[in-house]
Design a binder for this molecule. Structure first.
Ligand code: GLA
Length: 323
């Protein structure tokens, strides 16, 4: 009998540490209670036929994939990107017929695309019985995302989704891929609020990655840089970009420490400081997002708030005391 397979992968929200992952810095996201599920069966055609409850058109992808970017409709490129990466590693993948559903809002900066990639990769692993570590699975999905979307994203989303645990923050060193799970204390809750739709495709995300590479060509690895290194940069924009990354890495360390010590006031303060750094130095916020953060900070019980993820819209995240 052809067994029915059912996998799911959660969305993620980043508590602190944005625009640090693609240069090997520190991040601290957590998975959401919202999931993408893929249910279906292996087929004998070497074709992936998928319908999604949230997309108008189904996709049909013949294996091996020649070019994931040529797949239409566009959402199929994330699937094709993942299948293509397995092909590149030399794996023969059977066909699959399935249905996709999701409770992750699409296009709101909560990593719906990374969740789809991880879910598809998990289906591939189930039907082929390939042995692969969670880190390698996340790296494979990151490469798929680069090709499918053209956005040179870091590893945060895919790795958090692959290894994250419910109600637990995931502290990730994006240079070593070391992971520390930090349970969220009961006294506080994380509030994620959707503000505006956005896509990183065609955004200034790639420009920020380029800025970081330009900085590293002068001062060496940004993850090791200190504020003293800023004096070697004689371009004001690069000084501000570097200042964000250096200070944000330190904020992630301090935030992890504050959470562990139940210093929630300090944890909230660091989140709000992170927002200011992203808005002023990294310029990945906008007035709508700034206002949303500001009004959240005025609501009762909030200790801190910030824009979360790639920016230019999307969601904000806040830390609230349950009392
Ligand atoms: C997006 C990317 C991540 C990360 C964040 C910013 O979510 O996919 O890799 O760079 O932006 O922290």
């Amino acid at each position: 009998m052809n067994e029915t397979l059912n996998v799911s992968a959660p969305g993620r929200v980043n508590l602190i540490g944005d625009h640090t992952d693609y240069i090997g810095g520190l991040v601290m996201p957590m998975t959401l209670n919202a999931f993408t599920t893929v249910v279906g069966q292996k087929n004998i055609n070497r074709t992936w036929n998928l319908v999604s409850h949230h997309e108008a058109e189904p996709v049909s992808i013949a294996l091996p994939v020649i070019d994931p970017r040529s797949i239409t409709p566009q959402w199929g490129r994330y699937v094709a990107g993942v299948l293509n990466e397995f092909n590149k590693l030399g794996y023969e993948i059977p066909g699959f017929t399935g249905v996709i559903d999701t409770t992750i809002p699409i296009g709101s900066g909560l990593s719906s695309s990374a969740a789809l990639e991880i879910a598809i990769a998990r289906i591939v692993i189930l039907i082929t019985e390939i042995a692969m570590s969670e880190t390698d699975l996340a790296l494979l999905c990151q490469r798929a995302e680069h090709i499918a979307s053209g956005v040179p994203c870091g590893i945060m989303d895919q790795l958090c989704i692959a290894v994250g645990r419910p109600n637990t923050a995931t502290l990730i060193d994006c240079h070593t891929y070391d992971i520390q799970h930090i349970a969220m204390p009961e006294e506080i809750e994380v509030v994620t609020r959707f503000i505006s739709h956005r896509t990183l495709v065609g955004s200034e995300y790639g420009d920020r990655v380029n800025d970081c590479q330009a900085i590293e060509a002068i001062v060496g690895p940004l993850r090791l840089a200190t504020m003293n290194d800023l004096s070697h940069l004689n371009d004001d924009r690069l000084v501000r970009r570097a200042r964000h990354v250096i200070s944000e890495n330190q904020r992630v360390r301090n935030f992890a420490h504050a959470l562990t010590n139940k210093d929630f006031v300090e944890a909230g303060r660091l989140m709000t400081e992170s927002h200011a750094s992203l808005a002023n130095d990294y310029e990945t916020s906008n007035s709508t997002m700034d206002q949303a953060v500001n009004s959240m900070l005025h609501e009762s019980g909030f200790l801190g708030a910030r824009i979360t993820g790639g920016g230019f819209g999307g969601c904000i995240v806040g830390l609230r005391h349950r009392d």
